[in-house]
Design a protein around this ligand. Structure first.
Ligand code: GH3
Ligand code: MG
Length: 454
């Protein structure tokens, strides 16, 4: 940064010049207020530090005169002083000083000079819906917004903007309050906020030449995020709109991170199915509803047969491919309301709301057939299925039903695997539906266990 330091003491000037250099900036020195004002005009400065006492004028007068110069009106001006009381501060700010700084501890001022410099303008992205009936103001604002990297859709009336709002996706709405047409800017704000109550994901900025505090308060109550007075100050508009868009992006990032964390916790990365962590959430929902309305609800638990042998014979990666294939089968077949989970290693669970034992058994039988035909990784894979249902008129929870499904799988394994066993909650050791394999697809119950084959 180019930093002008104005002080009458040669010793201080020499010292501070070295400090400015040491902080990585370019020093420009002046011994008096007049010389300092001349330097402001000659140089493209980025920061001015002036002592509060100068030989030809006070530092406060220096600020006033510097601010009156075109090159000085938006230049950061720091007054260096050994004494900061209320009156000095007030006079300094009234004269246009940006800040006051302790003259006896100046080193950190130059090291932190960047914070007084112009902020690095980050390019923004986004679509702005802009409502303004004055072509002149619209031209200025469009230039400012486009200069920020934003795409602007300009409408002269609020009703045209409302139609466009429904047809597009917008990152920010900027509206004049007094616009021609049958809906005012106020009307537009209240309608948009009603449709889109989340203030961070749709920021709305109101603009008006009427700087009436009551009107402003009303606008904030209606749901605007910010307010800009006309005629607009370019830097102010850029800063306000930039902040709102940065907050919106930040929120989107937080939401996407939260979704990623949720997915990491709830989705099995191998099969893409939900994992058993989801069970508590979905079980609570399904079981509460089923118990309250006495509705049917079934579980199908399936366990791949001899999966260990598949790993042992073909390798773990092939085993993974088989799991992926089964995951795909469960995800892409069945009803939308069904929830398929990878319950454990090679165990999968289907939760079937509004599905009785008979239909669940039929579904399990279809799955058994589909699995045999699937040939994931080129292998014939079978599984043992346990099916159970919520009994009518009884309050039960997930654990009750899962225990029965697990027992049914155990029974299916002991009856020779590759079969479906259905049980009711009170069935004891008896199954309500017996093994349904046909003679040509597998050995019958009690026959030797089929080996996985290529
Ligand atoms: P059964 O017919 O009695 O169910 O026998 P099984 O071999 O299928 O059952 P067992 O419990 O003996 O073996 C399950 C195997 O599943 C052991 C484990 O290494 C494997 N497994 C668990 N998770 C994964 C996985 O993510 N990938 C692969 N490739 N294998 C897995
Ligand atoms: Mg198994």
């Amino acid at each position: 940064m180019k930093i002008l330091v104005v002080d009458h003491s040669r010793v201080f000037r020499a010292l501070w010049s070295r400090m400015v250099l040491a902080a990585g900036h370019k020093p420009i020195m002046a011994a008096s207020g007049a010389e300092g004002l001349a330097r402001i005009e000659e140089n493209d400065l980025e920061l001015v530090c002036a002592s509060i006492t100068l030989p030809d004028m006070s530092g406060i007068e220096f600020c006033r005169q510097a601010r009156a110069k075109p090159a000085g009106h938006d230049l950061p001006l720091i007054l260096l002083t050994t004494k900061q009381d209320h009156d000095i501060r007030r006079a300094a700010f009234e004269a246009g000083a940006t800040d006051l700084h302790d003259k006896t501890n100046i080193r950190d001022l130059f090291h932190q000079a960047a914070r007084y410099g112009r902020p690095v303008e980050h390019a923004h992205e986004g679509h702005v819906l802009y409502v303004e009936d004055s072509p002149t103001v619209a031209r200025v604002m469009t230039r400012i917004l486009e200069g920020m990297g934003l795409e602007v859709a300009h409408f002269r009336s609020a009703s045209a903007a409302l139609t466009a709002f429904d047809e597009g996706t917008w990152d920010l709405v900027l509206s004049d309050i007094l616009v021609e047409g049958d809906i005012s800017g106020m009307g537009l704000v209240s309608r948009l906020r009603h449709r889109f109550p989340d203030k961070t994901s749709l920021p709305i900025v109101a603009m008006s030449g009427l700087d009436d505090p009551n009107r402003r308060a009303e606008l904030f109550r209606l749901g605007v995020n910010d307010f800009v007075t006309k005629p607009v100050l370019e830097d102010e508009v850029r800063a306000r709109i930039g902040n709102l868009l940065a907050n919106k992006r930040l929120l989107e990032e937080v939401q996407s991170q939260r979704q990623k964390l949720y997915d990491m916790a709830m989705i099995d990365p191998l099969t893409g199915l939900r994992n058993r962590n989801v069970l508590a959430e979905c079980a609570a929902r399904f079981f509460t509803e089923a118990n309250q309305k006495d509705m049917a609800l079934s579980l199908i638990l399936l366990d791949i047969d001899h999966f260990k042998q598949i790993n042992d014979s073909h390798g773990h990666l092939v085993g993974d491919e088989v799991l992926v294939g089964i995951g795909e089968l469960l995800r892409t077949t069945g009803r939308e309301v069904d929830v398929a989970l990878r319950f454990g290693g090679e165990e999968f669970l289907l939760v079937l709301p509004e599905c009785d034992l008979f239909d669940a058994h039929t579904r399990a039988e279809e799955l058994r057939q589909q699995l045999r035909e699937l040939q994931p990784a080129g292998l014939t894979i079978t599984a043992s299925f346990g099916v159970t249902s919520r009994p009518c008129g009884r309050e039960i929870d997930m654990n009750d039903l899962f225990r029965v499904a697990d027992q049914a799988v155990y029974q299916a394994k002991s009856e020779g695997r590759d079969c479906v066993v259905s049980r009711t909650l009170d069935a004891g050791a008896e199954s309500d539906f017996q093994d349904t394999r046909t003679a040509d697809d597998s050995p019958g119950p009690g026959q030797p266990t089929p080996e996985p084959s290529v």
